[in-house]
Design a protein around this ligand. Structure first.
Ligand code: SF4
Length: 249
């Protein structure tokens, strides 16, 4: 079991401020030095940001653990991308599944829980497995960017995740979509082929639709429902010391 360091608010604040303006590989080098062993990367194989972080971290320290949340409702293209990455980078990723099979969920909570109560569905199939994935870890790397949505506009590069009681590092927080795709192309990084078919943001089959060119890239997620996040990324304390602002989300 790795040593889990504790960080008070002032330390997180200082670290996040120190990382502002640094390039993502520099942030990742620091994260490896600070948290490995015990650092883990959450990679959904559903968005280019996670693929960029995966490519960068594999070049820095291929022993960093990679996990994904296998909701049982992922697209075949997502599983295919996982297999492609395992072959390219030579690692074995860990898929965390819900404690309930889809049929047990339907029996206990009704058919199509993603329509009747998507928050509960995400809790059962994403949040609870994410707790197990992060148990005993020293920090996690997440593929969140400030330009992705209003709810992510103020994320820090280093945060304290109150939901999972762990340091979260968002190495690409300050990058935009253009920078991400430029890196993908320049470095021949594998990506989910659904992006070429109108899906800019990819989650579960039940809750992901293609979007029209020019539309909000995340508008195809939980379309028609009052929901923007799956509940995993909602527990961070964002500390933007450089802007003189401290707030809990
Ligand atoms: S994204 Fe949809 S199907 Fe997937 S866990 Fe959440 S509500 Fe359920």
């Amino acid at each position: 079991m790795p040593d889990v360091k504790t960080y008070d608010q002032a330390a997180i604040e200082r670290l996040s401020a120190q990382m502002e303006g640094k390039e993502p590989p520099e942030i990742l080098h620091w994260a490896v030095q600070e948290f490995q062993p015990g650092l883990t990367l959450a990679c959904s194989f559903g968005g280019p940001t996670g693929m960029v972080i995966l490519d960068m971290i594999m070049k820095i320290d291929p022993t960093v653990e990679v996990f994904y949340l296998d909701t049982d409702f992922l697209f075949p293209e997502t599983y295919h991308l996982r297999d492609v990455c395992e072959a390219k980078y030579g690692f074995k990723t860990i898929g965390y599944q819900s404690l309930l099979t889809p049929s047990a969920q339907a029996q206990q909570h009704g058919e199509a829980l993603w329509l009747s109560n998507p928050d509960q569905c995400c809790e059962l199939r994403k949040v609870e497995p994410n707790h197990r994935a992060l148990a005993g870890k020293t920090a996690w790397l997440a593929g969140m960017r400030r330009d992705q949505s209003k709810t992510r506009g103020d994320i820090g590069i280093v945060e304290w995740d109150t939901k999972f009681n762990l340091v979260k590092v968002n190495p690409l927080a300050a990058w935009d979509e253009k920078q991400v795709w430029a890196y993908v192309i320049a470095n021949n990084v594998p990506y989910n082929e659904l992006h070429d078919r109108g899906y800019p943001s990819i989650g579960c089959t039940n809750c992901t639709k293609p979007v029209n060119p020019g539309d909000d890239p995340r508008s195809g997620r939980w379309a028609g429902l009052d929901k923007e996040e799956c509940g995993i990324q909602e527990g961070s304390i964002t500390i933007l010391e450089h802007e003189g602002k401290t707030e809990a989300k």
